[in-house]
Write a protein that binds this ligand. Structure first.
Ligand SMILES: C[S@@+](CC[C@H](N)C(=O)[O-])C[C@H]1O[C@@H](n2cnc3c(N)ncnc32)[C@H](O)[C@@H]1O
Length: 365
């Protein structure tokens, strides 16, 4: 698949807003082979998981308008029959209201950024070129348009998680978690844990959040990603095809409990970890002391050696409260040198970079 169609398809399955899609120029879209690729990689009904009807309709409408605009010679140029018949099918389907559509839970497929040949300073084997590497995808179930619902902000995947995912999917990031026992704090949709379990070769990842509804949702995502991984024999993570991810309720400040699902981890090892991960957990200065005491708890009682956290710097004061708290607790806070790729140049895990996002490694000297 040509790079421009690959990027567009990856954005489409991530339900990226139409103004932010990387659309090829109209004259390129009109080429028969490009229209065939659009149909086969985006609109063929056999693709799974398909984006919601409302979103598919919006995108196909946009593409058809661009194609019509590009037609110069009606005798020669035409819109592919398969695209037009898909358009007819979509128009005939009932649509939810705009509010219902925004709140609807959808399957969202995230595609990891392509790895470049220069990214070779890793102990893990790498593919020799992007085109040879299989796509690394993660499926979540979430409401992309919802910021706060049912008292939690965890119903959608946040920019800091996509940034942290981009880092972890890089050779240097993968080295931090490969073969390790990982725990994620405030996992929300479970995006980071799913990535670790499905593609980064972790020994295991316990994905925690305080919201039971999010934990149930993550269990469904473990099932979906295990099935999808089993279909893709290259990335099948275990002999059974089940990805090694264990969602568990954990409200910071309380003891973490072993769940029945964790039995494959062993009696003594289930609650021992090497690395903790967290994305977008520093958004309220009132939460910072509890977060820091939880990090201390992880170091002292759960074997954790380092905590990798990505933070969106919405409020410098809140973030500085966290850094000062690290000093008070005698934690070492290292800013990891991973910069966001500009939105125009992103090839996967697409996210806004309008507010800076930083990644830190917290450890005890
Ligand atoms: C902004 S969301 C981030 C979700 C996810 N990490 C991401 O970046 O997409 C914050 C998450 O932290 C969880 N959270 C907040 N306070 C918590 C606490 N005291 N104990 C456990 N989880 C908590 C919330 O339920 C929510 O899922």
């Amino acid at each position: 698949m040509a790079d421009n169609i690959r990027t567009l398809a990856a954005q489409y399955f991530q339900l990226v807003d139409p103004p932010h899609l990387s659309l090829p120029p109209d004259n390129v879209l009109l080429r028969p082979e490009v229209q065939t690729a659009l149909y086969e990689h985006m609109f063929d009904e056999s693709l799974t998981p398909l984006p919601p009807t409302t979103y598919r309709t919006r995108i196909l409408k946009l593409l058809i308008a661009r194609l019509e605009n590009a037609i110069k010679d009606p005798e020669e140029d035409e819109i592919l029959d398969d695209l037009m018949s898909c358009w007819g099918t979509l128009l005939a389907q009932p649509k939810p209201s705009a509010i219902e559509a925004a709140q609807q839970l959808s399957h969202v497929k995230y595609t990891a950024p392509l790895q470049t040949q220069s990214a070779t300073n890793s102990t893990q084997p790498q593919s020799s070129s992007p085109s040879e590497s299989a796509e690394r995808t993660v499926i979540t179930v979430e409401s992309r348009g919802v910021i706060l619902s049912g008292g939690t902000t965890g119903n959608r995947t946040w920019e800091a998680a996509l940034h942290l995912g981009s880092f972890l999917a890089s050779p240097a990031g993968k080295d931090l978690v490969h073969g390790k026992r990982v725990i994620e704090l405030g996992a929300g949709t479970g995006f980071i844990s799913l990535l670790c379990a499905r593609h980064l070769g972790v020994h295991s990842v316990v994905a925690t959040d305080r919201e039971p509804v999010l934990i149930e949702n993550m269990k469904e995502c473990v099932r979906l990603n295990s099935e999808s991984s089993a279909k893709d024999s290259v990335s099948a993570s275990t002999d059974t095809g089940r990805i090694p991810m264990y969602p568990a309720i954990w409200d910071w400040g309380t003891p973490l409990q072993k769940t029945d699902d964790m039995s494959p981890l062993g009696e003594d090892e289930a609650l021992r970890f090497d690395v903790a991960l967290g994305a977008d957990l520093i958004y309220d200065s009132d939460l910072v002391p509890l977060l820091l005491s939880t990090v201390r708890d992880l170091f002292e009682n759960y074997g954790v050696k380092q905590f990798i956290i990505a933070a969106t710097l919405r409020n410098e004061d809140t973030f500085n409260t966290f850094l000062r708290g690290c000093e008070t607790n005698e934690f070492k806070a290292e800013h990891l040198p991973f910069e966001s790729t500009s939105t125009e140049e992103q090839t996967g895990f697409f996210h806004s970079t309008s507010i800076p996002i930083r990644t830190y490694r917290i450890s005890r000297p």
